[in-house]
Design a protein around this ligand. Structure first.
Ligand code: 3AM
Length: 524
């Protein structure tokens, strides 16, 4: 067991509550006021240089100051910040309870009523913070605490999450756990409170279903799905009311403009969904009045209770054209293919490589021009059907140039270029990625692994470039030094970049246990 300090600042440490990637959370007591509080330490030593550390501390205090003005029952109140033995810490309200992450780990998923209750409360807390210009940027189950007894949901880490993540982030680089990130966050675009509402949508889905909506075994494939894929359909579960599927669908809209504008609107939508479900249930009860006695419905008293839903609680509609053509990311290469390629490329590697290294590129090709105009194609990724007849939807508006290229209607006959976004990720210590299209180098990206938010070393960066639409040979070469030995992993693939369609190139280079480079392409 680690040494538990007796004191941090003026606070007496009582016990360790838990630990995260960035530090430890203690239960403590303020001897002056006699108040119990929680103290979170932020350990970044070894991750940052001296200068960076100073800069980090300054930012940490600035952000804590900003978050310190937030007083809301659904936000953990920050009482104090300080530095103890060079380690920044934050003293905050102690919440006698459990993180949502722990609950989900133990229980798999929550009852619909409780999940809705949590989302409602978090939405209220977010609305309050967003009105004051503060975006959380890291809404995830670990940062939502549920108080024992009362069920109060409280958002933790306002300010800190943002600083710790952004401190380790350079321009254009994405670090951190992407599972709950919004598309604009994954792409490194500017974001506002609606990004938090997207993340909350992911949390909501996870609470209801027990798994996340955007699948993927690797970070890059999850990123791909967040930006371009559709959420996994909700299971045919009669306990999940259909109107809730619409609420989640809106929360998970790719474009911020298609989401609820703020937390209050989300709360109203949840209430609407609730009353719709009640009305539908009442109607069906009335209709069934003459029929044999129905089975006892869900509880009719107390907390909001959703009657059983229609069984088709899925995201609206059949796959659109783009959904059908969107290719799968390279998260599931066949065993056979992987091992064959692994063997093939093993020859390229210098013997004796022992470090684990994973390099992974996910390229997303967004058609910019028209071949045959396919109005439903690129925009379909972001389009969603109206949710409820009574609730007019705002038209999703592209939030960035990247998206604009996708969403624009084809205007000319000839296809010119496609915009390709490559997300490169590696666990190799340092090296260089080169990407060639038809032998012409499109990317030359040096990388140097640094500590990522998951505590491991790595590097991730997104780059966009243009290619003419058509068939191309794409080759990726990753060179790196592992224990001072040079290694190289590479592979190439024919890829068709088509206008009006979306496709993906994924290249995975593994240097342990054997060299392996895989490119997966589908669709296009
Ligand atoms: O995941 P569990 O519940 O075991 O609940 C948080 C988590 O524990 C707890 O610290 C652990 C690591 O994040 N925690 C975080 N902030 C807290 C707070 N303000 C807190 N517990 C009480 N009050």
């Amino acid at each position: 067991m680690e040494n538990v300090p007796k004191k941090i600042g003026r606070y007496t440490i009582l016990e360790t509550i838990g630990r995260g990637a960035m530090g430890v959370v203690y239960k403590a007591r303020d001897p002056l006021i006699g108040r119990t509080l929680a103290i979170k330490t932020i350990t970044l030593s070894g991750l940052l240089s001296e200068g960076q550390l100073d800069e980090f501390k300054a930012r940490f205090f600035r952000e804590a100051q900003a978050a310190g003005v937030l007083h809301h029952s659904n936000i953990v109140t920050i009482h104090d910040v300080g530095v103890e033995n060079g380690v920044p810490f934050m003293a905050m309200e102690f919440v006698e309870g459990t993180s949502l992450a722990k609950r989900l780990k133990e229980e798999g998923r929550l009852k619909v009523e409780e999940a809705v209750h949590v989302v409602r409360q978090v939405a209220e807390g977010l609305a309050y913070a967003h009105e004051r210009g503060i975006v959380h940027r890291d809404i995830k189950p670990d940062n939502i605490l549920i108080e024992n007894g009362t069920g109060r949901a409280v958002i933790a880490d306002f300010g800190v999450a943002h600083v710790t993540t952004s401190e380790l982030t350079r321009t254009g680089e994405i670090l951190g756990t992407p599972f709950f990130m919004s598309p604009e966050q994954v792409l490194g675009d500017p974001l506002d409170g609606r990004s938090d509402l997207f993340s909350l949508g992911v949390v909501f889905y996870l609470m209801l279903v027990g798994r996340r909506p955007f699948k993927g075994d690797t970070i890059s494939s999850v990123c791909y799905h967040i930006v371009h894929g559709q959420p996994e359909p909700l299971p045919q579960d009669p306990t999940i009311p259909a109107p809730l599927a619409s609420v989640i669908e809106t929360m998970l809209c790719k474009e911020p403009a298609g989401r609820y504008p703020d937390g209050h609107a989300l709360v109203r939508a949840l209430d609407d969904a609730f009353s719709q479900t009640r009305a539908a249930a009442a109607l069906s009860e009335a209709t069934l009045d003459l029929a044999p006695a129905p089975q006892a419905g869900p509880g009719a008293t107390g907390a909001p209770t959703f009657p059983a839903a229609r069984p088709q609680a899925t995201f609206a509609g059949a796959p659109t054209a783009i959904q059908q053509t969107v290719v799968q990311p390279p998260d599931v290469p066949s065993e056979e293919e992987s091992s064959k390629k692994g063997l093939l490329v093993a020859a390229l590697l210098v013997l004796g490589v022992t470090a684990i290294a994973v390099a992974f590129i996910l390229g997303v090709v967004l058609a910019a021009g028209p071949g045959k105009p396919k109005p439903a194609a690129p925009p379909a990724v972001t389009q969603q059907k109206p949710l409820q007849p009574s609730q007019p939807r705002q038209e999703p508006a592209p939030s960035s140039a990247k998206r604009q290229a996708v969403a624009e209607e084809p205007k000319h006959e000839a296809v010119k270029h496609c915009s390709v976004t490559v997300i490169f990720e590696t666990r190799l210590p340092d090296g260089r990625l080169a990407l060639f299209v038809d032998g012409q180098q499109k990317l030359d990206l040096p990388f140097l692994a640094r500590r990522m938010v998951d505590g491991r070393l790595g590097f991730r960066e997104a780059r966009t470039f243009e290619v003419p639409a058509g068939k191309h040979e794409v080759r990726a070469v990753v060179r790196a030094l592992v224990k001072r030995r040079p290694i190289e992993a590479q592979d190439s693939k024919q890829v068709i970049f088509q206008a009006g369609q979306s496709s993906v190139i994924g290249i995975e280079a593994r240097a342990f246990p054997q060299a392996e480079v895989v490119i997966v392409t589908q669709g296009g």
